[in-house]
Design a protein. Structure first.
Length: 280
């Protein structure tokens, strides 16, 4: 598949959510975002490109499918977020709220109808490098996309001793509906749990360093955070009891729980580690 795209670097990718068919069926797809602003959808079974779109003028920095796989959300280094249909190849929304700062994270999650007094069956968030998080409620069938919340996290000016700022990262909390977790450069080294219903931070967990990667277990109250200090920390929430691991040779720039929650994938420079999680 990679050989099909020449002279462009792949900046981000995402699997299409599992259809209700057996593994290996024709509908297995992956979407990739490239340095020239294009999006390409590939069939894994046929190892060929199925669709190419060009919703961005600059390099992509984040990409994700909606939870039903019917839309592709993409963000670029200028802070624009595009919503495109892989069925038609058309871009139906371009959101400019984060303009001026690269999009670091895009994430979608299902929600109950009218959970927050708005229409739609899906919540999604966008996080930009300037420590801002927007949360949206969408009804893709009705072409609706409504801003639900807007978060901006403070930080001290002129940080000393940092060659580059740690990333701004956010994720919906699987075990606390209506809550998101945020980490990034700020006044304190901590993970913040923000309630969309209460419109406030409801929990803080102190961290030893600023975070370079974040993942929340989909099946248990565990959070994995990676640091530039070659350290991986596994936290049990909400108590915050921690277990540290030091098997990396560089900054831990990726943490990702498997859908089962039983394994954790981490990456640092040239090393990719797979962790087996035991116990409850």
């Amino acid at each position: 598949v990679s050989a099909l795209v020449a002279l462009q670097s792949c900046e981000c990718l995402a699997w299409k959510p599992h259809p209700i068919v057996s593994w290996g069926a024709e509908s297995q797809n992956v979407v990739a975002g490239y340095s020239d602003g294009t999006i390409r959808v590939f069939s894994i079974s046929r190892t060929e490109m199925e669709l190419k779109m060009h919703p961005h003028a600059v390099a992509l920095t984040a990409i994700v499918y909606s939870t039903d796989g019917e839309m592709i959300l993409s963000g670029d280094k200028d802070g624009l977020v595009a919503v495109s249909s892989p069925r038609t190849g058309m871009t139906i929304h371009v959101l400019t709220e984060h303009k001026g700062s690269p999009i670091a994270v895009l994430q979608c999650t299902r929600k109950q109808y009218r959970d927050f007094g708005v229409e739609g069956g899906e919540l999604w968030l966008a996080t930009s490098s300037d420590r801002r998080v927007s949360v949206w409620a969408s009804d893709w069938l009705k072409d609706k996309c409504e801003l639900l919340d807007w978060l901006s996290f403070p930080a001290p000016a002129g940080p000393q001793g940092l060659s580059s700022l740690p990333p701004s990262l956010a994720a919906f909390c699987p075990w606390e509906p209506g809550t998101l977790v945020y980490v990034g450069f700020g006044m304190q080294k901590e993970a913040l749990f923000y309630s969309l219903r209460k419109k406030q931070v409801v929990e803080k967990i102190s961290l030893p360093y600023f975070t370079t990667s974040l993942s929340l277990s989909p099946t248990a109250r565990f959070m994995a955070v990676g640091f530039g200090e070659r350290l991986l920390r596994l936290l049990r929430c909400p108590a915050g009891t921690a277990q540290d691991y030091t098997g990396h040779d560089d900054a831990v720039h990726l943490c990702c729980f498997a859908p089962s929650g039983c394994r954790l994938l981490t990456a640092a420079h040239s090393a990719v580690l797979l962790w087996e999680l035991t116990g409850g």
